[in-house]
Design a protein around this ligand. Structure first.
Ligand SMILES: Nc1ncnc2c1ncn2[C@@H]1O[C@H](COP(=O)(O)OP(=O)(O)O)[C@@H](O)[C@H]1O
Ligand SMILES: [Mg+2]
Length: 308
């Protein structure tokens, strides 16, 4: 997906890397940076040659996408909500699932992963910033790997705050940070909920369990009381919706525990297709992108209401 990054002419490229056009052009020529002959530069290659400093800082919003059941649409909503938000905002997607589904969509080879950045049980650490991959304009990814599955037992008090600590130095570089959570309750999920400001719960409308929703609600309440009073529920998003008539009854059941988004995510074949092709949704199906743009808008409205 590297070819998705922005194209710049020399002047824009110089500005992007914070150099004068003269100094930039000289450097581009001497380092033979791709584009030095044509005067057309690509964001990804510029990032390889220059340390591009974030020149803005944001009051970032961290949103955990969680539901302890698998197959509810956590990864799907994380990906395409992030993609929709990245059209206007700087977005970081944190793959926080040992299954690393989101990571595998973007990266073919093994790369350093989030577990290398946590310092869990004295493990050698890198900074989170050093492992971030840019996957599209305004859209960065923290890769995961199976090793994250080792984060099971809290040995020290701090072990609940490993993700929070790792994200702190970079959170102001992003307007939205989306955490794709694992299908489990436990230390991995608790780390996500302790560092998040908001939670969004995807719920698959065809086969759904009210008991599962009750359990998640209990976990969230516990974290809100004991460890993270900032944590707010954005609500549940009905996924794979196919126009079921029984929907209002279903939404009623869910509303006992969570507010329900007005926007639903429709069941669309283009979603698994985009994932199979390892492509951004916008390259496959613009009408489904619209669905996620609506969701992004409602997320932004809900955050705005919560803040004021
Ligand atoms: N709205 C949708 N329309 C069609 N397929 C979907 C939709 N949402 C999710 N899927 C498919 O369902 C499967 C599970 O979704 P996923 O996002 O991986 O769930 P989770 O991360 O909660 O385990 C994936 O194969 C995904 O492509
Ligand atoms: Mg997933």
């Amino acid at each position: 997906m590297a070819d998705n990054s922005k194209e710049f002419d020399s002047k824009e490229a110089a500005k992007f890397v914070n150099l004068s056009l003269e100094v930039f052009s000289e450097k581009a020529k001497s380092l033979k940076i791709p584009g030095w002959k044509t005067g057309k530069f690509n964001e990804n290659s510029l990032r390889k040659y220059f340390e591009v400093e974030a020149n803005e800082s944001f009051d970032s919003n961290i949103i955990a996408i969680s539901n302890q059941k698998g197959g509810e649409g956590k990864t799907t909503i994380s990906l395409y909500l992030a993609e929709a938000l990245s059209l206007e905002h700087k977005v970081l997607l944190v793959d926080w699932d040992p299954q690393a589904n989101a990571t595998q969509l973007f990266l073919k080879e093994d790369v350093p992963s989030v577990m290398d950045c946590l310092g869990y049980r004295g493990r050698k650490t890198r900074t989170l910033k050093s492992i971030i991959e840019n996957v599209a304009p305004n859209f960065d990814l923290v890769p995961s790997s199976l090793e994250l599955a080792n984060l099971t037992t809290p040995y020290e008090r701090d072990d609940f705050e490993l993700l929070r600590e790792a994200l702190l130095p970079i959170r102001s570089e992003y307007e939205y940070i989306i955490i794709d959570c694992p299908p489990s309750l436990g230390l991995i999920l608790e780390n996500a909920l302790i560092c998040a400001d908001y939670i969004l719960v995807p719920i698959q409308t065809r086969a759904f369990s009210l008991q599962g929703i009750k359990d998640l609600h209990e976990t969230i309440s516990k974290i809100q009381k004991k460890a993270n009073q900032r944590l707010k529920l954005l609500g549940a998003v009905l996924n794979q919706y196919e126009g079921q008539k029984a929907l209002s009854g279903l939404a009623e059941g869910i509303r006992k525990y969570f507010p329900v988004f007005e926007t639903v995510v429709y069941r669309r074949e283009s979603i698994p297709q985009a994932q199979a092709k390892m492509s951004l949704l916008s390259k496959i199906d613009s009408s489904t992108v619209k669905n996620f743009k609506d969701l992004a808008l409602e997320v932004k409205e809900k955050i705005h209401v919560q803040k004021n």
